[in-house]
Design a binder for this molecule. Sequence first.
Ligand code: PDD
Length: 287
Amino acid sequence: MTRTVYVNGDYLPETEAKVSIFDRGFLMADGVYEVTSVLDGKLIDFDGHAIRLERSLGELDMRNPISKEDLLEVHRELVRANEINEGLIYLQITRGSDGDRDFAFPDPETTVPTIVMFTQNKPGMADSPASKKGAKVISIEDIRWGRRDIKTVQLLYPSMGKMMAKKVGCDDAWMVEDGFVTEGTSNNAYIVKGNKIITRALSNDILHGITRAAVLRFAREAQMEVEERNFTIDEAKEADEAFTTSASAFVMPVVEIDGVALGDGTPGRIAPRLREIYLDEMRKAAV
Ligand code: PDD
């Protein structure tokens, strides 16, 4: 099926959607993005993603070309046109193109940002076999830039990290800086000790995950203890459980770190429970 995608105000077949070769997103990774999940044909945590998008744009002095109301409308229209029941909506806004290449930002009065959106159909995403098996991760050095709180499209190193993991038969990589885990290549990272969930505190070092915020809220409501602090890979290897969160994989148990099985090497108790609560609650609040 040819997807219907959205480019700068138009709905087009994916084969007809075009962006300039001078677009700064293409030339300089000068752009930000969001990934919002769809369950039962409805958007999960749309508000959270819209607020973070606004923040990312603001941090980069980039103009937001679309109102929140219109953004919601485009998301819904793409879900409808592409008949998405379970899947993802990818949104990217770049600083656009003034028809040449220059390190200096183009004049925002005359250069309009580029906005692109498309769907990814993922039937069975909520009930994925991978979440029942759990993920195996390796640790790698975090060599990304210092503003990881901005959701930019500079994803080369996370892509390389994913490939390093695949090369050794694993699913993902956790990045480590100054001895402490920052986050996964495309998710936030957690360990569990007894009834306590430990995850790095928010700062410029990690993306402020929309799924993270919801999952920590549900954990606290379920009387689980949450500690926001740094942890090392050695501490993670000794943990009872571990997991990651993201809009694309929700709560994903981690069963192995650098070849060391956690607990009995199966998903454990807390992560599957949190996944269940997250999916139940978010389905109820979906728009
Ligand atoms: N990635 N950390 C990083 C580096 C991420 O790329 C992501 C999301 C997260 C989790 O954020 P959220 O819960 O808001 O999805 C944390 C998306 C899913 C992606 O790049 O596809």
